[in-house]
Design a protein around this ligand. Structure first.
Ligand code: KMH
Ligand code: ZN
Length: 300
């Protein structure tokens, strides 16, 4: 299957020629920062950016350190997760005004959010959004993504011209991704980009062997990032760099920098990812390169 109708990018090699599903490998590394999430409490994690000012400062710092995409969850005045449309719209505008980052809104929200509110996130007109390809046990909770919701959300991204990133918490979610693409066609922008979210209690484990297995099942020509939750952050990052993937880091995914040492802020997580990418001879991509790779239109 070909998902990218654009001419080949000379910076892209196709890895795994002998395998059935060759994924595209870039020499540069896309770094996504996921600064907030919906799970941590501000009271317990004071460095978590929850106000628009805090989010904007984090976004600017992380862009300067090498991030090119920001995955956004927002909080209300009491620092609780919200999908309030006016707040989301203001957040998109502020991030666009203050940074060159690709603004990717979460459509996953919190486990307590309903499908209608999650669908309505797209009305804030972000550049991009997350789109999770299946239900998964999420610690003691369930992150619910039945087929009908996935299909409706994907169709709405196509209608509104929002570029989806396919979130894969389990290997079975890859089967749903194939079903979605086969049934509804290519995403807006023409390119398939996935994020392997590994190490969630209830999802696929965060280790190198699972990562390699999952990548081998992705659609041909897809690019992918990987995220290791909690203590799987570092093993997943090293495995992703070695296997030609991209990185997502941030306080949504881990609030410990090392055993017993809380993260001081998103910046140090992005700096560490950028340093490791540089050591791997795959330096961070700038936002314009990331737009070209992901099929996100430039801002006019
Ligand atoms: N907060 C999780 C329940 C996403 O952003 O799309 C879901 C999540 C995925 O974070
Ligand atoms: Zn998220």
């Amino acid at each position: 299957m070909t998902n990218n109708p654009r001419p080949p990018d000379p910076a892209i090699n196709v890895a795994g020629q002998a395998s059935q599903h060759a994924t595209a490998v870039h020499r540069a590394t896309l770094i996504t920062v996921a600064p907030t999430g919906a799970e941590s409490d501000k009271a317990a994690v004071p460095a978590l950016p929850v106000t628009l000012d805090e989010l904007l400062t984090t976004a600017k710092d992380c862009e300067a350190a090498g991030a090119s995409v920001i995955h956004v969850h927002i909080r209300d005045a009491g620092a609780e997760p919200t999908l309030d449309l006016a707040r989301l719209t203001d957040t998109v505008a502020a991030l666009r005004e203050g940074t060159e980052l690709i603004v990717q809104l979460s459509t996953g929200g919190a486990v307590t959010d309903g499908f209608a509110a999650r669908l309505a996130v797209l009305d804030a007109r972000p550049d991009a959004c997350s789109l999770t390809c299946g239900t998964v046990n999420f610690g003691d909770e369930v992150f619910s993504n039945p087929w009908g919701f996935i299909r409706d959300l994907y169709a709405r991204t196509q209608e509104l011209g929002v570029v989806p990133e396919f979130e894969l918490f389990d290997v079975g979610h890859i089967a749903t991704l194939h079903r979605l693409l086969a049934g509804l066609g290519a995403p807006h922008g023409g390119h398939v980009h996935c994020d392997l979210v590994m190490g969630v209690p209830g999802g696929m484990p965060g280790n190198a062997e699972t990562l390699v297995q999952a990548v081998s099942a992705l659609p041909e020509g897809a690019t992918w990032s990987a995220t290791g939750i909690g203590r799987t952050s570092l093993p997943v990052m090293f495995a992703a760099l070695a296997a030609g993937g991209h990185l997502r880091v941030g306080m949504e995914d881990t609030v410990s920098f090392a055993r017993g040492r809380p993260v001081t802020g998103n910046l140090e997580l992005v700096e560490r990812a950028a340093t490791l990418a540089g050591l791997a001879q795959r330096p961070p991509m700038r936002p314009a390169q990331a737009r070209a790779m992901l099929g996100v239109s430039s801002r006019s």
